[in-house]
Design a protein around this ligand. Structure first.
Ligand SMILES: Cc1ncc(COP(=O)(O)O)c(C=O)c1O
Length: 403
């Protein structure tokens, strides 16, 4: 059947849904890479946000042991009790947050946990506040739940514009259920200070808006910056905050697919119902590996953090030295978000054009800012080896000079 005739039978929702641009770009970069490798060249991959490190050995061993011990059956929908205990301990140790296992849900990566939150909260037409620039899946997950993504503008410092936030809240006629605060931020690398978070949180408290605190990059912060968990500020805020995290980035475990959240027990109960119907439970083997990740030796996390910090410094210095590019110093995560719009010309009129040409001519994959809600920027992931970063930055510099 042709795609066109299928459109009559498929849901309007799925037809409206945008494919993940980072996954699409990576697929294109992959294709070109295969071609170029035949000629002895390659694409430098700064696209997908994925640690280039391997999962640490102790974690892999725990996964292998889980298989040998036949821990390969269905598990409770929200995760095995041993994993929930490990997550409770993690929140206490790292974030000073007191929870019980009934406050915890584990899912298939932070992405699926976020999707479950949307389904639990959003009625058709409800608003979800999404500060720009945003991680690509937030808006589309809201669309999947029949909600309305409400994009909040950002200021020069790449932090949320509070006046715009208040205006949207005042103007939107339907209920606004949630806001997503992502710090350290993908794509900007910005980390919110305690004061900034408190201001936003206060607005949410006053308006009955629940907060999703997406903290998946909390371990990767640089210089003297500190990460703050909103749920730790007061009991009132803890009551309205769902803190989301994952082992994916922290332990280089993106493929294992374990994410989790902590929230009021009544919220977790409803989310567990959703998970019990779809998709049952996160992979049993990966759950055991995640326990080792959180409870075993943490040395690998600091090694990775150190390495990312060196790369962050290098990428930032190189970007600053390129005429026509502006870039703030990323304080966390593993992304730089340079503004490239001053380089646009008759041939390159958008971040899609810029990224497309950079891929074809410059042989470097970056993600266009349009995917994150701002066409003036591109995102560079520096989760790549230092050799690749040096080569990639040389290529970007040459490409920009040629514009
Ligand atoms: C801000 C943010 N939240 C959530 C996720 C999803 O993480 P996971 O791989 O655990 O699903 C990502 C992944 O790129 C991310 O950047």
């Amino acid at each position: 059947m042709s795609e066109k005739s299928l459109e009559k039978i498929l849901s309007e929702k799925v037809l409206k849904l945008e494919a993940s641009p980072t996954f699409a770009l990576d697929a294109k970069a992959n294709e070109l890479d295969v071609e170029l490798k035949k000629q002895g060249d390659y694409i430098v991959r700064f696209g997908i946000g994925q640690p280039d490190f391997n999962t640490p050995e102790n974690i892999k061993d725990a996964g292998k042991k889980a298989i040998d011990d036949n821990k390969t059956k269905y598990t409770p929908a929200a995760g095995i009790s041993e994993l929930k205990e490990a997550i409770v301990n993690k929140f206490k140790k790292d974030n000073g947050l007191d929870y019980e296992p009934a406050n915890i849900l584990a899912g298939i990566g932070a992405k699926q946990v976020l999707d479950t939150i949307m389904r639990a909260f959003v009625n058709p037409g409800d608003g979800v506040l999404i500060p720009k620039p945003y991680w690509v899946s937030y808006t589309q997950q809201v669309v999947l739940s029949d909600g309305v993504p409400l994009e909040v503008d950002f200021k020069e410092d790449l932090k949320l514009d509070k006046d715009h936030l208040k205006k949207i809240i005042a103007d939107f006629k339907n209920p606004i259920k949630l806001i997503i605060i992502n710090s350290p931020n993908n794509p900007t690398g910005a980390v919110y200070s305690k004061e900034e978070l408190e201001e936003v949180a206060q607005i949410c408290l006053e308006n009955g808006i629940y907060i999703i605190a997406d903290e998946v990059y909390e371990k990767f912060i640089y210089g003297d910056v500190t990460h703050h968990s909103i749920a730790g500020f007061s009991q009132d805020l803890k009551d309205i905050t769902i803190t989301v995290n994952a082992v994916s980035k922290t332990y280089a475990m993106t493929g294992w697919r374990i994410g989790y959240c902590a929230a009021d027990q009544a919220i977790i109960k409803q989310m567990s119902k959703i998970q019990g119907q779809s998709p049952s439970n996160p992979c049993s083997i990966a759950q055991w590996a995640a326990i080792e990740a959180m409870e075993g030796d943490q040395g690998s996390v600091e090694l990775m953090r150190n390495e990312y910090e060196k790369r962050r410094n290098y990428v930032y210095d190189r970007l600053k030295a390129i005429d026509g590019i502006e870039c703030g110093l990323p304080e966390g995560a593993f992304y730089a978000f340079p503004k490239v719009s001053d380089l646009y010309n008759s041939r390159i009129k958008s971040s899609d054009d810029f990224s497309g040409q950079l891929l074809e001519e410059g042989r470097v994959a970056v993600v266009p800012g349009s995917a994150f809600g701002d066409d003036r920027y591109v995102r560079i992931s520096y989760a790549a080896s230092m050799d690749k970063i040096v080569e990639g930055m040389n290529r970007i510099e040459k490409f920009c000079k040629g514009l």
